[in-house]
Design a protein around this ligand. Sequence first.
Ligand SMILES: [Zn+2]
Ligand SMILES: [Zn+2]
Ligand SMILES: [Zn+2]
Length: 229
Amino acid sequence: MSQWDDTQITGKLKEGGNKITKIYQIGRKNQNTHKIVVLETDIPLQPLIQIGQTGTKYRLEPYKNKPRFCNNCKHWGHHSSKCKNKTRCNNCGGTHKGKCLRTHPKCAQCLGPHLPKSPACQATVRELNIINEMELRQINYNTARKLHKLDKQQHSSIVGSNNINPNQLTKIGNEITLEINKSLTVLEKVINLIHQSNHKETKGIHKTLLNAKSEFQNLITVNDCIRNG
Ligand SMILES: [Zn+2]
Ligand SMILES: [Zn+2]
Ligand SMILES: [Zn+2]
C-alpha cells in the first residue's frame, strides 16, 4: 500500500472544480495509507485515481458508516484505540492470558453461547440498527446510539416478574413512544416521496399512508395515558 501524498492526491481530487472541505486521517498514526476526504462534487467519482501517466493508483470508495467493533474488549461501539476496558478473549469473554481452553464460545458482551460478533447477539443487532439509523436520519453515532439503548435490565425485569410496577410502566411507555416515533419518521419520509412522485397509481397509497400516520399519532396519545398512569 502506498503512502498518501497530500498535495498530489488532493490536487487530483480537486480536478473538475471539486471542493475539499475536510481530510481525516484514519487507521494507525504511523500508517499513512487511508484517509477520509469530505468532497463537494457534482460529478461521479472514478473508483481509481492515478497520479501522472504511470504513477501510483489510489482506490476511491464512497464513505459508509461501518459498525465499530473493539478488538480489545470484544464489544461493539468503539474502536480498540479508544478502549479503556480490560482485554478480553474472543472465545470465552474472559481476561485470561494465553490459549483459551473453553470449547464452546461465551460472548464477552451478553454472556450468551456465541462469539461477540455473531448475528445471534443482541449487541450485534443493536449496532447494525445504530448504523441504519445514522443513514436514515443523517445523525451521528452517539445520537443514534441513544435511540437504541440496549434495554437489557428493563427487558429482564419485566419478563422476569409477575408484577409490573408503575415505574416500569413509564419505562415501557417511553420505549413504545420511541418505537412509534421511529416508524412515524419512516412513514413521513415515504409519504413525502410518494407526494413528490405524483403518480396516479400512488394516490391511493398516499391516502392509506396518511391514515396510518394519524393512527400512529393516536397511538402516541394512548401511550401517553399509559405512561402517565
Ligand atoms: Zn473496547
Ligand atoms: Zn478464552
Ligand atoms: Zn452476545
